[in-house]
Design a protein around this ligand. Sequence first.
Ligand SMILES: Nc1ncnc2c1ncn2[C@@H]1O[C@H](COP(=O)(O)OP(=O)(O)O)[C@@H](O)[C@H]1O
Ligand SMILES: [Mg+2]
Length: 231
Amino acid sequence: MFKEDLKHNMAAVIEFKDITRTYRLGDEVLNALDNVSCTVQSGEFVAITGPSGSGKSTLANIIGGLDKPTSGTVVVDGQDLSHVRDRQLSDYRNRHIGFVFQSFNLQGTQTALENVMLPLLFARMKPGERKARAKECLEAVGLGDRLKHKPSQLSGGQRQRVAIARALAVKPSIILADEPTGNLDSERGAEILKLLKDLNKQGITLVVITHDMSIARQADRVIQIKDGKIA
Ligand SMILES: Nc1ncnc2c1ncn2[C@@H]1O[C@H](COP(=O)(O)OP(=O)(O)O)[C@@H](O)[C@H]1O
Ligand SMILES: [Mg+2]
């Protein structure tokens, strides 16, 4: 192996090899992902784009350990996710990945602080430490003065900030954002992207799924998907 190749491989944080994800609905077989191979380097900001239904979320869910491929191998942070048990997969998720979704996915009955504390509960951190860490993360996204607000008492942009704080809480090596600005106006969307980019500059690998070209343009690299294949 060439030295350059070795360096290349060592820095890979996400490696997809021949990933296929098949859905069966009755007699119909649909390849949401069709033999996809790609690599994301540690510290990169990668945008994944493509039309609706092209397989972007399927790809994101496999990277994030929310779903498993039908065939192929996926290695994230040195761990082969294609062959682990569900329990290990959720441990992996809790320790390595920060998720940010289009619809925020916050707990409506809980405060901003409680929402951010939740993943730390799964990580079995002590209550006092959980609270301190959650507060720190909300401060980092500019919401230090909204700790006790519930999602319904926050604007869309603020809700997405809470979701980013929640993603940050576990000190993830990767932030995976699936259409993070999809429910926001363009100004709020730009603020959220700036926040994500700042985190990327601090060393967190950033994968953003988007069909917004103004976001994709800002990425180090764009992976384009069409009909379950890399275009
Ligand atoms: N749970 C599922 N069951 C059956 N088909 C699905 C399921 N999830 C996604 N699909 C199909 O897989 C394809 C890719 O979906 P998805 O990854 O969500 O696309 P995107 O995020 O690019 O819009 C679509 O054709 C979609 O209808
Ligand atoms: Mg999607």
